[in-house]
Design a protein. Structure first.
Length: 111
């Protein structure tokens, strides 16, 4: 068998992916090999993640809810950024219109 040249590629999975895979494998009537096949991972890897979950080595940090004041401020900021981009575009269009009109006036006054 020919030897593979170059660095060995190892896929890194996030803890969230691992925990989701383990939870799927714990569903009633679902086998580990079926979940592993659907996720395109080796069944042994999924079994190892299940063991890590049992032993408490694999955890997903619970995301804290965002403060409503911060969420409102972020929405306001995004709206201001959209408005600013629109105004900037309108300003560029007006500059082009002024340039176009002034060029037309200059051409018409020469003749």
């Amino acid at each position: 068998m020919p030897r593979i040249k170059g660095p060995r590629k190892v896929k890194q999975y996030s803890n969230e992916f691992k925990v989701t895979a383990v939870r799927l494998s714990h569903l009633p009537g679902v086998q580990v090999k079926d979940v592993a096949e659907e996720l395109d991972i080796h069944p042994f890897m999924l079994s190892r993640w299940r063991k890590e979950m049992r032993e408490g080595q694999l955890e997903v940090k619970v995301k804290k809810p965002i403060d409503p004041k911060i969420a409102a401020e972020l929405k306001r900021l995004k709206k201001l950024e959209r408005d600013y981009a629109r105004l900037k575009e309108e300003h560029e269009i007006l500059k082009k219109a002024i340039r176009f009109c002034s060029e037309r006036k200059a051409k018409s006054s020469r003749s």
